[in-house]
Design a protein around this ligand. Sequence first.
Ligand SMILES: [Zn+2]
Length: 170
Amino acid sequence: MKYCYECGTALEERFLEHEGMIPYCTKCGCYRFPIFSTAVSMITLNPACDKILLIQQYGRDSNILVAGYVNKGESAEETVVREVREEIGLEVKAAAFNKSEYFAKSNTLMLNFACIVESESLEGLNRQEVDKAAWYSFEEAKSAIRPQSLAEKFLLHFLEKSVKRFSFDY
Ligand SMILES: [Zn+2]
């Protein structure tokens, strides 16, 4: 960020305790921390926790995770519940944080959660937003998910590191 997003003044670097050098607007008298979007993606588990839901979107035939941007004023946990409801038509019974990654292409911090839904029914699928959705065993999901994607990274981390010690707390 080179210019203040409120007034357009050129920013200068100024030292901020505990933070280091941060862009500063002398006109507004404010530090201007970096701005980026926040989104969530979900490893969606069936009630028995032995299958993962993968979807296809935007006319592409690669399998990805359910995802969406966090609205202003909303917590990431609320976005998880809302997006699964809007896209899949299912209620989230429990969710827990898995891993986060910054995605430079869309300037987005992606927070990945694992969540358990109330049923395996895909009757409420939002056909305008989701082209296809299907349940996969953990092994199937590993090979079905889009290779070299952020979704694959989250899935592998969940299966290798998180799944054994996961506690779902809401
Ligand atoms: Zn300013």
